[in-house]
Ligand binder design. Sequence first.
Ligand code: SF4
Ligand code: SF4
Length: 72
Amino acid sequence: MPRVEVSESACTGCGVCVETCPTDVLRLNPDNKAAMAYPRDCQGCFVCQWDCAYGAIRVYVNDPAGPVGGAP
Ligand code: SF4
Ligand code: SF4
């Protein structure tokens, strides 16, 4: 299952990835950093990684660790 990793030091909280994710996976957390709110909906499409101007978000596909905080 795809997994998205956000560098909290690099994320500016601009919200671009939240807006552009086609399956509405991402939200800004209380610290104003992008986070996977709906990990099961991630398609591993890389749009968030491509659209982040700050290099703060990376997508991993077929990661055996599974989605962040996600159940199997
Ligand atoms: S696009 Fe990048 S900098 Fe903006 S909220 Fe998403 S991860 Fe953070
Ligand atoms: S990889 Fe695609 S589906 Fe997954 S969070 Fe990023 S934009 Fe959304």
